[in-house]
Design a protein around this ligand. Structure first.
Ligand code: FEH
Ligand code: ZN
Length: 354
């Protein structure tokens, strides 16, 4: 069909996505940019959304195209898009926190924290499980033309590769020789987290924790010093005590975020240690008040990353300091990819190629 594009869309919660032919989005605003999608990462947040788990907190008008980890080529630009920022043909990474640009969070550079933030595929805007995506402003694009990076390695950087970067930057000053950092969950985010722990950890020892041996193998390739299978380890606390000679872990990056991983984290944390929660699997966890106070535990949340942090992780990719570990799927196989992700069968980040 002339002027039509293919998009994988949610029509009903908890049902397979439908591959629809829809009209190609048209530029209607001066700052807008139409991006031809090169690759879109598949995130656990997409599963929460598709399953309807988030329908009260992130209500959507269905049908909706998910996908918030997008890289592609500029196809068309609005009248006021400066040519020295982006022009047709440029490869771009799409920064996913579309802030208002005016509130204190946006003004301080953290647009992902904007109280009015929109996210592609998680809000009124359609996302990247599609051949094209309409981006409301060129401000949300990082131009990587000529940097020699591929869309399938770039797309996951916009969330999976960005979220753990911000989280580890928050605790960087507490890391160093003799310190120990644990990464819980070696999924899409975790394999990047291990690489950042190596780069930003100043010699800290890295502990990877997961239930899957193949994911732990990936962690080892990414630089983890210890791999601990939390499913087959009988007593996690004893195991960590042994491996750390009683010191326990100074920092834990929880890329899963269930009450179980939170409870495990508290039990294996060193005095004065910090847990940074970035995973969104659970709903609530109990905090043991006495040990949190007596041990001066610090518990932080970290959301996504900001535009400048995205530029920084792209620099790391460009310089070969980090690697994106991906499993590629054609857009036609979107439901297969979703089911594999649900079953924990994707090693690294699943990436859809339209
Ligand atoms: C999810 C929902 C809303 C905002 C941001 C997020 C990210 O964690 C995307 O994975
Ligand atoms: Zn995500």
């Amino acid at each position: 069909m002339e002027g039509s594009i293919r998009s994988a869309r949610i029509h009903e919660y908890n049902k397979p996505l439908e591959l629809d032919n829809i009209s190609k989005p048209a530029i209607r605003g001066d700052e807008q940019v139409l991006v031809k999608v090169g690759a879109t990462g598949l995130c656990h947040s997409d599963l929460h959304l598709i399953n309807g788990e988030w329908k009260d907190i992130l209500p959507l008008n269905l049908p909706k195209t998910p996908g918030h980890e997008i890289a592609g080529w500029v196809e068309e630009v609005g009248k006021s898009v400066p040519e020295n920022i982006v022009k047709p043909g440029d490869l771009v990474a799409v920064f996913g926190g579309w802030g208002c640009g005016s509130c204190i969070y946006c003004k301080s550079g953290d647009e992902q924290l904007c109280s009015f933030a929109k996210w592609p595929g998680l809000s009124s805007f359609d996302g990247g499980f599609s051949e094209y995506v309409l981006v409301p402003s060129y401000r949300f694009l990082v131009n990587v033309a000529g940097l020699g990076v591929h869309p399938e390695n770039l797309a996951p950087l916009t969330d999976a590769g960005l979220t753990p970067y911000r989280a580890i930057k928050k605790v960087k000053s507490t890391l160093g020789p003799g310190k120990k950092i644990g990464i819980i969950g070696i999924g899409g985010l975790g394999s990047y987290a291990v690489q950042y722990a190596k780069i930003l950890g100043s010699g800290s020892k890295i502990f990877a924790l997961d239930r899957s041996n193949s994911k732990l193998e990936l962690a080892s390739k990414c630089g983890a010093d210890y791999q601990i299978n939390i499913q087959s380890t009988e007593n996690l606390v004893d195991r960590i005590r042994t491996e750390t000679e009683g010191k326990m872990l100074d920092v834990i990056i929880d890329c899963v975020g269930t009450d179980r991983t939170f409870y495990d984290s508290i039990n294996i944390l060193a005095k004065g240690g910090t847990i940074v929660v970035v995973g969104l699997f659970g709903t609530a966890a109990k905090i043991p008040i006495a040990s949190t106070v007596l041990n001066e535990y610090r518990i932080l949340g970290s959301l996504w990353g900001n535009y400048n942090e995205l530029r920084e992780v792209i620099e790391l990719l460009k310089d070969g300091k980090i690697k994106s570990n991906t499993t590629k799927f054609n857009l036609d196989d979107v439901n297969k990819a979703i089911n594999l992700l649900k079953d924990g069968q994707i090693v690294g980040r699943g990436v859809l190629i339209p």
